[in-house]
Design a protein around this ligand. Structure first.
Ligand SMILES: Nc1ncnc2c1ncn2[C@@H]1O[C@H](COP(=O)(O)OP(=O)(O)OP(=O)(O)O)[C@@H](O)[C@H]1O
Ligand SMILES: [Mg+2]
Length: 341
């Protein structure tokens, strides 16, 4: 379970077969960023730069970092963040496992992982005590990225877990028994605070909360934070909110920057400097069973997730993140983006 090295070498194998051609006419629908109105040639160049940059490698954590992506509010970008951050961390040279803990199975779909009812899944791990290693599958197209899929069975697990021994710590035990070296485990939670989410909070040390830059963004967060406190107090003393990520940021609207300001005032340093723009490419990628990193590596969405991953990796080893070094296409701290009303 511990990573086998703490210094990253350069990534050994770039992602095979990236699509670099797809910054076509649609691109103007994305949030404006420096590259939105550029021709395809520029997009291809950015894609190459993005992959080259990803290949630089980043410092690896000394121990496996287990990051729980949670927010009981639906549709805020949990799954999108889980799969794209995981792919970015893998492209940066890490070994990364995504655990799909949502019966909807959206993370499995987005990673191109088969998750029909007969596939061994995280349900078997939680309810049948099957070893995690027996359900983990490699993600096609991204070296170093793996997924433990969710099938529809998981919908019954909230109820079935209730009567099982150690019902809150079954995922934690499964992860502890998993012997493959990993740098990161990212857990995609369902939009609820039931036993599945509690299992994730007991298993991980870090909570990453994606916040959508919209009205009511902070509503319900108090309940999530109280649950984090409860789990820390009773079951997992290491648990803390390590990261807040602003998602679907639309720099054209006053509301988005107001929400961003409010979140930054409230959470301070936990909020990543990089935010994720609203991007058509990000929303299209899952229907091709891909992350945006392989679907359109030069898009602003891909670059933003690569940058967010870099920030998370650097923070994890105590290196301060220099936002001025951020890739030109990534969405930086909104307060640094010119032209916001
Ligand atoms: N940055 C983005 N730009 C555009 N669309 C996005 C972005 N992030 C997420 N979306 C879209 O928003 C919708 C909700 O995203 P996602 O499924 O990641 O949220 P979620 O929090 O996991 O939802 P749920 O609570 O149902 O699990 C999806 O259709 C997704 O494609
Ligand atoms: Mg989801």
């Amino acid at each position: 379970m511990r990573s086998d090295a703490n210094i990253a070498g350069p990534m050994t194998d770039p992602v095979p077969g990236p699509r670099t051609e797809s910054m076509g006419a649609d691109v103007s629908r994305e949030t404006p960023s420096p590259m939105d109105d550029t021709p395809i040639g520029r997009a291809a160049q950015l894609a190459v730069e993005a992959l080259g940059r990803a290949g630089e490698g980043l410092p690896r954590p000394e121990q496996t970092r287990i990051i729980v992506v949670a927010n009981q509010k639906g549709g805020v970008g949990k799954t999108t963040t889980t799969v794209n951050l995981a792919a970015s961390l893998a492209l940066h040279g890490g070994r990364v496992l995504v655990i799909d803990l949502d019966p909807q199975g959206n993370a499995s779909t987005a990673l191109g992982i088969d998750h029909h009812a007969e596939v061994p899944s995280i349900y078997d791990v939680l309810v049948e005590s099957r070893p995690l290693a027996e359900v983990v599958q490699p993600v096609p197209d991204v070296e170093g990225l793996f997924c433990a899929p969710a099938t529809i069975d998981l919908a019954g697990a909230e109820i079935e877990l209730v009567s099982l021994v150690a019902r809150e710590s079954r995922l934690q035990r499964a992860i502890q028994a998993y012997e493959q070296p990993l740098d990161y485990i990212l857990i995609d939670c369902p939009p609820s605070l039931g036993l599945l989410t509690v299992n994730a909070l007991v298993a991980g040390a870090e909570v990453l909360i994606p916040i959508q830059c919209e009205y009511y963004a902070l509503e319900g967060l108090g309940q999530l934070l109280r649950n984090v406190d409860l789990v820390r107090g009773h079951l997992n003393p290491d648990l803390h909110v390590s990261t807040i990520l602003l998602t679907m940021y639309d720099g054209r609207t006053r509301l988005a920057s107001q929400v961003a300001d409010e979140v930054r005032t409230h959470f301070g340093d936990e909020v990543l400097r990089t935010s994720i723009p609203r991007s058509v490419r990000i929303s299209e990628a899952p229907s091709y069973g891909q992350t945006v990193l392989t679907y359109d590596p030069g898009s602003s969405g891909a670059l933003s997730y690569l940058e967010a991953a870099r920030e998370i990796a650097l923070k994890g080893v105590g290196i301060s993140y220099d936002a001025s070094q951020a890739h030109i296409g990534a969405q930086k701290d909104p307060s640094m983006v010119e032209g916001i009303q």
